[in-house]
Design a protein around this ligand. Structure first.
Ligand code: G6P
Ligand code: ZN
Length: 543
């Protein structure tokens, strides 16, 4: 037998966060670190014997090595077949689509999403279930529990697989099929959007620019926008996936996607710009000199969904994470559909999508998606916007400002205090948690607290409860401040402060967001004493 059982000892820090286990590359490179976690995954799966799983990653540093290890461990753990992306690469939404299309048992996705890559960057791994979505907490908890008591792992002694050639081969009894992940994904997009109408738009005077940030979507975006939709070559910038993302931080926001921002806010700016992140599930949408907040993007897609073939019959409902603005709620109300408020983390949308309670989902953290897969999907959002632009013939700015005229504007911003010391950050949160019950009715300047709590969510499908999901303080005028600690950071703690105010008067929509939110920004400091706990006067990132 070529299966080796290797003795090991547990690591205490293998608790999956918001989106899988995410650590510095150097942590994953410790002997047995990856193996322990992978064995804990395989050990937690019931019924995976002889099953097919999907395997791919965002192509960052250590992706290739990890894929080889996981393939050999899958073979030793009785997996029947692994569908692996060419080069070991698959965008997260493509992995989700492929799990669904091939009716696979599940999938292992290697990604640290938007975190920087390279030797000194981050790496990550997560498990997705049969519906194509991230494993629910019940499974991630089981994986964590196993990781704490693991004594050995199993690995097949075999040669490395050639990942660069489309082929079917074997490791022991297990089949390995190296597949092209772009084709099934592009086909899925063609089934949802009016490619003929978008092609007409892109071949006319309309100019767009897609920034793949040297990350995974480059290959997909070139195929879809440049080839299938006939946008000029060069439409996709930073389109060659690199192991270190060109030294950049592949997070599509106004701070990190500065190449694109400079173009869209420069002279002779194109009509439309978009960016996606390391593993292709996030998106940022820009118009000529115009930024669309992710919260507004979800609201606009919801309001205009019936213009798009895949959604022409309307939506079951819409879902947003708790810190995301209430802009989508207003659209849902008008459409007479349900709007769900979930904790941060795409996994919480899975049940709502499976149960046909929601069709579109979105998060303030630049994630938007639908029931076509069970992950958020960057290029899907870009195509959705293009489809709306093609159908209406309007500019991005017109679409959004007209939307505000109808629904009012939710001014929105997130202030991040990154890499602060963990303990005081937790104390800050504990203090807020202790305060919430006494806040309702209290006055702060012109603001009266309407409600305050530490958000708790009961899943309407399976009844599971998730507590301590962030402190929210809502005021009687519809504005809101939310405090929570990031579950995806890898250095110290990251405090996120989410600020939102509502302005129904179209005459006041043209104000700078930070200016409109200034009173709330000051109030956040007054209530949470951010400086005292973090020693930071300013946030490190504002989105
Ligand atoms: C990942 C998850 C999202 C989440 C985001 C921010 O992208 O997939 O669901 O909104 O991280 O999470 P954090 O815990 O860092 O605020
Ligand atoms: Zn991502």
């Amino acid at each position: 037998m070529d299966i080796r059982t290797v003795p090991t000892t547990p690591f205490s820090d293998q608790k999956p966060g918001t989106s899988g286990l995410r650590k510095a590359v150097t942590v994953f490179q410790q002997p047995n670190y990856l193996e322990n976690f992978v064995q804990s995954i395989f050990g937690s799966l019931e019924g995976s014997q002889g099953a097919t799983i999907v395997l791919g990653g965002d192509g960052r540093y250590y992706n290739r090595q990890a894929i080889q290890i996981i393939l050999k461990m899958a073979a030793a753990n009785d997996i029947g077949k692994v569908l692996v992306g060419k080069g070991g690469i698959m965008s997260t939404p493509a992995a989700s689509a492929i799990i669904r299309q091939y009716k696979a048992f599940g999938g292992i996705v290697l990604s640290a999403s938007h975190n920087p890559g390279g030797k000194d960057g981050d790496f990550g791994i997560k498990y997705n279930i049969t519906n194509g979505g991230p494993a629910p907490e019940k499974i991630t908890e089981a994986i964590f529990e196993r990781s704490k008591v693991i004594e050995s792992y199993k690995i097949f002694d075999a040669e490395d697989v050639n990942l660069d050639k489309l082929s079917v081969l074997r490791i022991g009894e297990m089949a390995v099929e190296v597949i092209d992940p772009v084709e099934p994904y592009a086909k899925l997009m063609e089934s949802l959007f009016d490619f003929a109408s978008i092609r007409k738009l892109l071949q006319g005077d309309f100019k767009m620019c897609m920034d793949s940030m040297h990350a995974v979507t480059g290959t997909y975006a070139k195929e879809i926008f440049e080839k299938r939709l006939g946008a000029g070559s060069g439409t996709v910038m930073n389109g060659t996936p690199l192991e270190d993302f060109g030294g950049g931080h592949p997070d599509p926001n106004l701070v990190y996607a500065h190449d694109l921002v400079d173009i869209l806010f420069g002279e002779n700016a194109p009509d439309f710009g978009a960016a996606s992140d390391g593993d292709g599930d996030r998106n940022m949408i820009l118009g000529n000199n115009f930024f669309v907040t992710p919260s507004d993007s979800l609201a606009v897609l919801t309001a205009n969904a019936t213009l798009v073939p895949g959604y022409k019959d309307g939506l079951f409902g819409v879902a947003r994470s708790m810190p995301t603005s209430a802009a989508a709620d207003r659209v849902a109300e008008k459409l007479g559909i349900d709007c769900y408020e979930t904790p941060t983390g795409w996994k919480f949308f899975g049940n709502l999508l499976d149960a046909d309670k929601a069709t579109l989902c979105g998060e303030e953290s630049f994630g938007t998606g639908s029931n076509h897969v069970r992950e958020k999907d960057g290029l899907w959002a870009v195509l959705f916007w293009l489809n709306i632009l093609a159908e209406t013939g309007k500019s991005v700015e017109d679409i959004v400002t007209e939307h505000w005229q109808i629904y009012g504007r939710n001014f929105y911003s997130r202030h991040d205090y990154e890499a602060v010391a963990k303990e005081p950050a937790m104390k800050l949160m504990d203090r807020l948690r202790g305060m919430v019950k006494d806040l309702p009715g209290k006055q702060f300047g012109g603001y009266t607290v309407d409600y305050a709590d530490d958000f708790s969510y009961t899943d309407p499908v399976d009844g599971s409860v998730s507590n301590k999901q962030g402190v929210r303080i809502g005021f009687t005028d519809g504005s809101r401040i939310v405090f929570r600690l990031s579950g995806t950071g890898t250095k110290g703690a990251t405090l996120r402060v989410y600020l939102e105010s509502y302005e129904p008067d179209a005459g006041k929509h043209n104000v700078d967001t930070q200016e409109a939110l200034k009173p709330l920004i000051d109030l956040a400091e007054e209530i949470a004493q951010i400086y005292q706990y973090t020693q930071r006067k300013e946030p490190t990132v504002i989105t």
